[in-house]
Design a protein. Sequence first.
Length: 267
Amino acid sequence: MKYPAAVDVGVMLLSGYHLHKQPQQDPTWASKVFGFRHLTKQDLQQFPGFSKVTGSLPFSSGWFSTHLLCEGKKYLPWLMTKFKKGGGKVQQGKVTSLTELADHYDVVVNCCGIGARELVGDSTVQPVRGQVYRVNAPWVKHYMIAHDDPCYILPCANNVVLGGTAQKGNWNLSPHPTDSKDIWEGCCQLVPSLRNCKVDHEWVGLRPSRPVVRLERETVGRGASSLQVVHNYGHGGAGITIHWGCAQQVASLVQEALRLQQLKPKL
């Protein structure tokens, strides 16, 4: 956010609310964001569903905080441009086995996401299907996440994301009418003025989920056909959140793999 390029990168500051129907412990990231605070009773009364007659609240607790938002639709193309300007090259093709690459590269970094199920036979990788709306609602300035429904409202630079789903094992890449209705009604209940917004489009994607991220070095194959591989996949919906730390670890493992290559006996 300190640099003029932030608009091209897709980074911006965004404030908003996490809402719960039951009291919750503070999140582990509470000290990492800006201005984290607990919502007061007066704060919670401002949300739709508060009854002045009974005093009942739509949510029992919540937090307000300010975060850095990074939009993947802008950030990933920016990274690719930077990669190419730095001398990187992109080659497209189909790979059915990592050993196919042994004669062409010293080290391969495997970032194939959900494709790891087939490429390296990792059955622990599962799709977690996400479906969202993108709508034009420039009056919505704060994010809102209702953790019990679940639904979320996420303002971006040019539109607002309404979500969403987290359906493990679902490979369907088409919007489902039931999900569309649930997302729409849930978000409009949270912010009623959204009923007046214009829908831009719906979108579906698959998060590459795994019990834990696989980030490790492996020697694939044997003898002259062996290949040093650094695996980096299974980030689920947290890819952008943790990508920089993962990339630093990958770089360290690649350097380690290259050292091993230099030490290999020449036969």
